[in-house]
Design a protein around this ligand. Structure first.
Ligand code: FAD
Ligand code: PYC
Length: 417
C-alpha cells in the first residue's frame, strides 16, 4: 500500500511541475539592520549562521550570498571527508569536524548522506612511505583513527587497482582512515540552510556584497546589491574571493587563488567502495551513489579566477588514473568543472578577527575545506559570538604570518598547492 502511494505521489508531483511544493527556506527581503551579517552562502557560512542561532542564541542574523546557496566550492568539490592531519592543532580542528559529521544528518534532520567508506592515501616511493607513516603515528597519538596498510591489504580493499611492482606508479602502501569517506555536498548546504532558516536566520540570495562601511576602525554594515545593510558584526566566508573581500575592507591576506578541477565519468555498476587519493600523482577517485566515478585533479599551475581548470591538468590526472586503474581506460567522462581555492602559504586556514573591529574572516581552506564544514562553522560562530577564538581555532589566527607560528599541512592537504 505504501509503495503504491509513493508511485502516485511521484506521478502527481511530476505532472504538477514542482508547483505548490513547500519552500525549504524563506527568501525574505533584507531587513535594514542585523546583529550579525555572514557574507557567503556556502556550507561554511550557512553552518556559521546555524551554530550562531542554535548554540549562541543569536537569531537576528543574515547570510548574504551573491549567487545561489552552495554555488561556490561547496557544490563543486569531490566531497572527501577525513581528519588525518599532521599537527596537533589541525588534528584537533578536523577531528572535531569529523565528530560533527558523524551526527550531522540527525542534528539537521536532513540526510547529508555521510558515508564512512574509508579514505586511502597512497605511497608511491620511499619519501611518501616515511611521510605517511609519520602522519599515521601522529594521528594515533592525537586519537585520530589511522592505520598503515600494505599493498596486499590494499588489493583486498580495492581489487581493481593495478598493484604490479613494475607499474608506472608503484604502490608501496597507504594510510587508511576508516572513519573518513564522502558526503552529499549540496545536501550539506541545504540542510544547514533549512535548519538556520527555521531558527530565524534570513538567507538572502542573489545579493552581492560590494563593500564594507567602516567608521572609526569598526565595521557598521555592508554595501550590497540590495542596498546598505547595517550590522553589529560581519563574518566573511567567501572561499575563492577572500582576498577580494579583504581588499574591500582595507587589509591584506597571504592568499593565492587558483583553479582546482574535478570530473565525473559515465555511471557504471559499483566497482570501488572506498576513496583513493594519491598526492604524488595528483589524482583521487571515489564512486558516487549514481555510479559515476568522481575524479579530482591537482590545482592549475597559475593564479586565476576562471572556474574551469586547464586542459593539461585534466590530461595529467586522467593519464594517472588510467595507470592506477587500467579498467577505467574505456570509460567516458561526462562533465568537468573547476572552482577557485584560496590557498595559504602553510596550507592551513585562517579563522580569525581582522584588523577591523567587528569584522571576522574564515578563509584559506585551499583544496580541503569541505571536510571541515561543520567544525569550521562551529568555531567561527564561537569566535563571532564571543569576540574571541575558541581554543580549537586560536592557532589559526591571521597574525601567525607575522609571529611565524605556521601550521604546515602541505603533506596532509594531499592535493598539491
Ligand atoms: P563556498 O561554497 O565557495 O562559499 C563561498 C560563497 O561566497 C560562494 O557561494 C560565493 O558565491 C559567495 N561569495 C563570494 N563573493 C561574494 C560576495 N561579494 N558577496 C556575497 N557572496 C559572495 N575539500 C574537501 O575537504 N574535500 C574534497 O574532496 C574537496 N574537493 C574539492 C574539489 C574541487 C574541484 C574544489 C574546487 C574544491 C574542493 N575542496 C575539497 C575544497 C572545498 O570545496 C572548499 O574548501 C569548501 O567548499 C569551502 O567552503 P565555503 O563554504 O567556504 O565556500
Ligand atoms: O582535502 O581530502 C581533501 C581533498 C580531496 C580532494 C580535494 N581535496
Amino acid at each position: 500500500m505504501k509503495s503504491r502511494y509513493s508511485v502516485f505521489s511521484l506521478i502527481r508531483n511530476a505532472l504538477k511541475h514542482h508547483q505548490d511544493w513547500p519552500k525549504v527556506w524563506r527568501s525574505p527581503e533584507p531587513k535594514p539592520a542585523y546583529d550579525i551579517v555572514i557574507v557567503g552562502g556556502g556550507g561554511h557560512g550557512l553552518a556559521t549562521a546555524y551554530y550562531l542561532a542554535k548554540l549562541h542564541g543569536l537569531r537576528n542574523v543574515a547570510v548574504i550570498e551573491r549567487g545561489w546557496l552552495g554555488g561556490g566550492n561547496t557544490g563543486r568539490n569531490t566531497t572527501i571527508v577525513r581528519s588525518n592531519y599532521l599537527w596537533d592543532e589541525s588534528a584537533a580542528l578536523y577531528e572535531h569536524a569529523l565528530k560533527l559529521w558523524e551526527g550531522l544528518s540527525q542534528e539537521l534532520n536532513y540526510n547529508v548522506m555521510f558515508s564512512q567508506r574509508g579514505v586511502l592515501n597512497l605511497a608511491h616511493n620511499q619519501h611518501d612511505l616515511r611521510e605517511l607513516s609519520r602522519r599515521v603515528n601522529a594521528n594515533r597519538l592525537n586519537g585520530v583513527d589511522s592505520e598503515f596498510v600494505s599493498p596486499q591489504q590494499i588489493k583486498e580493499l580495492v581489487p581493481i587497482m593495478d598493484l604490479r611492482e613494475n607499474g608506472r606508479y608503484p604502490v608501496l602502501g597507504a594510510s587508511l582512515q576508516r572513519r573518513g569517506g564522502t558526503a552529499r555536498h549540496d545536501a550539506v548546504a541545504w540542510g544547514y540552510a533549512r535548519a538556520a532558516d527555521a531558527l530565524g536566520v534570513d538567507i538572502i540570495q542573489e545579493c552581492p556584497v560590494n563593500g564594507f562601511r567602516i567608521e572609526d576602525g569598526r565595521v557598521t554594515g555592508v554595501e550590497t546589491g540590495k542596498g546598505f545593510i547595517a550590522a553589529g558584526k560581519v563574518g566573511i566566508v567567501t572561499a575563492g574571493h577572500s582576498s577580494v573581500m579583504a581588499n574591500l575592507a582595507g587589509f591584506r591576506l597571504p592568499i593565492q587563488s587558483v583553479p582546482l578541477q574535478a570530473l565525473v565519468s559515465e555511471p557504471v555498476k559499483p566497482i570501488i567502495d572506498t576513496v583513493v587519493m594519491s598526492g604524488a600523482v595528483h589524482a583521487y577517485v571515489s564512486q558516487s551513489d549514481k555510479g559515476e566515478l568522481v575524479i579530482g585533479a591537482g590545482v592549475d599551475h597559475f593564479i586565476g579566477y576562471g572556474q574551469r581548470g586547464s586542459m593539461p591538468v585534466t590530461e595529467e590526472t586522467l593519464a594517472a588514473v588510467c595507470e592506477l586503474f587500467p579498467l577505467f581506460r574505456r570509460m567516458r567522462m561526462l562533465r568537468q568543472w573547476g572552482g577557485i581555492v584560496d590557498t595559504c602559504p602553510d596550507a592551513s586556514p585562517i579563522i580569525s578577527k581582522t584588523p577591523v573591529e567587528g569584522l571576522f574572516i574564515n578563509c584559506g581552506w585551499g583544496t580541503g575545506g569541505f571536510k571541515a564544514t561543520p567544525g569550521s562553522g562551529w568555531v567561527f560562530a564561537h569566535t563571532i559570538a564571543k569576540n574571541e577564538p575558541h581554543a580549537l581555532n586560536a592557532p589559526f589566527k591571521l597574525d601567525r604570518y607575522q609571529s611565524g607560528f605556521l601550521i604546515d599541512e602541505h603533506g596532509a592537504a594531499a592535493v598539491a598547492h
